[in-house]
Write a protein of this length. Structure first.
Length: 226
């Protein structure tokens, strides 16, 4: 199966270059030139990875990423025209998996795409080899050790965030930013409360080990050795 890559880029020359490079490299690329059609496409089709320009005509790539993250755990590689560190950090903090700074070579981009696809494969979706977790994006359902978890909306989004990047420590602020639409004042405790519920549900399926690791003073991460 050729991985289906959604390219969200409003500059036709760049979109064509990426499309050609990915197609030549064994992928199945599709191009849209704005955020709204990208959201539609993700709802309708199974997309394996998104190449996302930060500067889009109808919304910023960062906003689009945040909206996508509410529904899906699809890996995202940002294309940014600005090479300053802040853009890079923001791009990754907001839920991107990697970024490429324009101008870039097609080869550089295809290498990043391959690397992110490789990294995101374990436990990521229902038609890759099943890991200990299986995420069904369409149903917003997570299966753990062959058991369907009964999760609230926030618990699903939290766990899907962890599964997408095992081992990565997320601060409470980052989790709040990704999962909650309107961050609340008592945010640390809100995140902690939902993590506690999530842990109880995971423990009910399998008592040991606890898949979520607490990093004191920092935040939470998914164990890498599951
Ligand atoms: Ca642009």
């Amino acid at each position: 199966m050729r991985p289906k890559i959604l390219i969200v880029e409003d500059e036709p020359a760049i979109a064509d270059t990426i499309h050609y490079a990915l197609e030549t490299d064994g992928c199945d690329p599709v191009v849209v030139s704005a955020g709204a059609p990208a959201l539609d496409m993700v709802r309708q089709e199974k997309i394996d990875l998104i190449v996302l320009d930060v500067g889009l005509p109808d919304m910023s790539g960062f906003d689009l990423c945040k909206r996508l993250r509410r529904h899906a755990t699809i890996p995202i590689i940002f294309l940014t025209a600005r090479s300053d560190e802040i853009d890079r950090v923001v791009g990754l903090e907001i839920g991107g998996d990697d970024y490429v700074v324009k101008p870039f070579s097609p080869r550089e981009l295809t290498a990043r795409v391959k690397a992110v696809l490789r990294r995101s494969r374990p436990g990521r979706s229902k038609d890759t080899e099943p890991g200990i977790f299986e995420v069904n994006i369409e149903k917003r359902q997570i299966i753990y050790c062959n058991t369907v978890l009964e999760l609230s909306r926030y618990e699903y989004d939290l766990l899907a965030t962890f599964i997408r990047r095992p081992g990565v420590v997320f601060t409470r602020e980052q989790l709040m930013d990704r999962v909650w639409e309107a961050p609340e004042a008592s945010m640390d405790r809100t995140v902690d409360a939902h993590i506690k519920n999530l842990r109880a549900k995971l423990k009910a399926v399998r008592p040991e080990p606890d898949p979520i690791v607490t990093h004191r003073g920092t935040g939470y991460a998914l164990r890498e050795d599951l």
